[in-house]
Design a binder for this molecule. Structure first.
Ligand code: AP5
Ligand code: ZN
Length: 210
């Protein structure tokens, strides 16, 4: 299967991905995680991406399309993949469609995670992440077993630089203006997920939709 997860910042895309990945043997391709890795490594691409990410805007289409084009060709992605946070513009969606048409096939389903904006503030400002794996926790809703460290590796958890209330406002505006049209583009494949529910309830809705 080839799946797309679409939804505003903090809606739970990254949280639902590990289980989806496990259940369906899919690759988890998250452009946000890839870009943060490039920023941390200080590559030229990372330097360019960082400005857009810190302002709550979008990184250039060509950069993220290139990342997905390369990552999705890894042998382990042959069975399928979960696109988390991509495509985020109509141009990205069109380039993705072309890429998949050339390889034969297309997207199977688009999961639209909707959450009232008031809930997203608390989710994003309380988030803790394990940078190496991209795993997210929440200080109140999903605390790690031991305070401040990842459950699996024991490595420290950090806060994302863009997880402030102010940058969130800008990320939400970007989502409404530039990413909402992607849902319209894939209209016939969209399944609506009420992502304000508990993590377990959301996982059940996804299983049902697929
Ligand atoms: P990206 O990393 O994709 O950020 P985002 O889309 O803003 O989404 P988030 O990662 O913030 O949210 P999420 O839905 O994964 O939530 P999570 O599961 O962690 O992108 C970052 C930036 O990179 C962008 O702003 C842009 O600049 C750039 N970028 C990335 N892709 C791009 C592209 N394609 N084109 C151009 N630029 C791009 O959950 C959030 C919190 O809530 C966690 O603490 C979690 O524990 C908690 N939580 C999750 N589910 C629940 C639940 N059901 N109940 C209670 N709490 C929950
Ligand atoms: Zn995420």
């Amino acid at each position: 299967k080839r799946l797309i997860l679409v939804g505003p910042p903090g809606c739970g895309k990254g949280t639902q991905s590990p289980q989806l990945k496990k259940e369906h043997c899919l690759c988890h391709l998250a452009t946000g995680d890839m870009l943060r890795a490039a920023v941390a490594a200080g590559t030229p691409m990372g330097k360019e991406a960082e400005k857009a990410m810190q302002s709550g805007g979008l990184v250039a289409d060509d950069i993220v399309v290139g990342l997905i084009e390369e990552a999705s060709q890894r042998p382990e992605c042959r069975i399928g993949f979960i696109l988390d946070g991509f495509p985020r513009t109509l141009t990205q969606a069109e380039k993705l469609d072309d890429m998949l048409t050339k390889r034969g096939g297309g997207i199977d389903a688009v999961l639209d995670f909707s959450v009232p904006e008031s809930i997203l503030v608390e989710r994003v400002t309380g988030r803790l992440v394990h940078p190496a794996s991209g795993r997210s926790y929440h200080e109140k809703f999903h605390p790690p077993k031991k305070e401040g460290v990842d459950d699996f590796t024991g490595e420290p958890l950090i806060r994302r630089k863009d997880d402030t209330e102010e940058i969130l406002k800008s990320r939400l505006k970007t989502f409404r203006d530039q990413t909402a049209p992607v849902l319209e583009h894939y209209k016939s494949k969209v399944a609506h997920i009420q992502a304000e529910k508990s993590k377990e309830d959301v996982a059940a809705q996804i299983s049902k939709a697929l």
